[in-house]
Design a protein around this ligand. Sequence first.
Ligand SMILES: Cc1ncc(COP(=O)(O)O)c(C=O)c1O
Length: 412
Amino acid sequence: MAEQLAALRRPQLEPAALLIKELMLTADSLELFPLSARVTYLNHGGFGVTPRTVLDEKKRILDRIEENPAGFLSRRIKLHWQQVADMVAQRFAVNPGSLALVENATDGVEAVIRALPLAKGDEILVTSMCYGAVAMAARHIASSRGAKVITAELPFPPRDVQQYVMTVAEAITPHTKLAILDHITSATALLMPVEEMIAVCRERGVSVLIDGAHAPGQTALNIAALNADWYVGNLHKWYFVPRGCGFLWAAPGKEVGLMPNVISWEINRPFPSNFAWTGTRDPANWLAVPAAFAFMDRFGENTVRKHNHQLILDAVAMLANMWGFRPTIPAAMTAAMSLVPAPEALPYPPTDEGRARLEVDLEDKYSVIVNASYVSGGRIWLRIAAQIYNRIEDYQRLGECVLALCQAQARR
Ligand SMILES: Cc1ncc(COP(=O)(O)O)c(C=O)c1O
């Protein structure tokens, strides 16, 4: 068994990939990813982008499975699953056996909410920046038990982290059973002061689930140090694992009652083994985790994070200059994504429909891929992301294409 996992882990380095070891984070990094040369890709946060070597490893794993599917899936997969789960646990500073691999953050978050012994009148606290699908799931599960979801309204842009901590603290009531807090918000791309937020929740006896869909790889993550009750993360966004790989961690004692969303043969096993088999599925993404970790480690996670953080700050400053706005988001609340306000002269209303049309026009007319993620203060805000394949010229191109859309409108 150990040999088989070692074989799965062994990076398949082709001659070109061997050279990559020597590369620093330069323009060459773009070649490590299968992105089309036609697109300017500024939406790493959307679904991640998988490096070529990791995709190659996934293909190799699939080939190995097909050599003997029954042998692999009925005898070997659960051990491999556990070994990869423990590897993820070790990377993010928690104990082996305290973390389950799941399909994605949605999967992990819902498993936690379903496990809560919610009763009539109980409350789940979320913020107004909670990921939409998570808030919907929380409302659905809460209402089926006579409980409800309370939303703490976070102002945007933030003044400072303390303002957000206070807003969460003030929304807690004697009925609050759980707070679901994003580590990095989706539409507003804010690195949240989760440690302080967790502390105020704990002082009031409220359990905390951190939704870290965007956090691993984007910010330094030591899960144990946060002192939350549950932590859910994605590895397919910022940790280079192929799409369909997340994890769910439970603090000691908080694993009791946790069940996968799809219950299967392992129902009577303790956490996390009860998550290891939820019916037949393709485990290749999970098993590609060692290759993704190896990819990250060629550069070093620290180096990647620092590169991306600096690039996003530079990009915001450059666009502020080009479009004429004052950056308002504190650097302390910025990881590798940020929001920039689109110029008012753009011919799109500051509505959900307007931001969808802006996104489509940027893609269809200029092949610029960016998330027009937010509307606030009568403006559409664009969420830009930085990854090692990006260069400042990418944001320059975004800036010029947006100005071209403004000029096209002015000529009408
Ligand atoms: C904060 C947050 N939670 C949950 C999700 C859902 O992630 P997934 O689709 O991988 O389940 C996202 C996706 O962007 C997110 O940003």
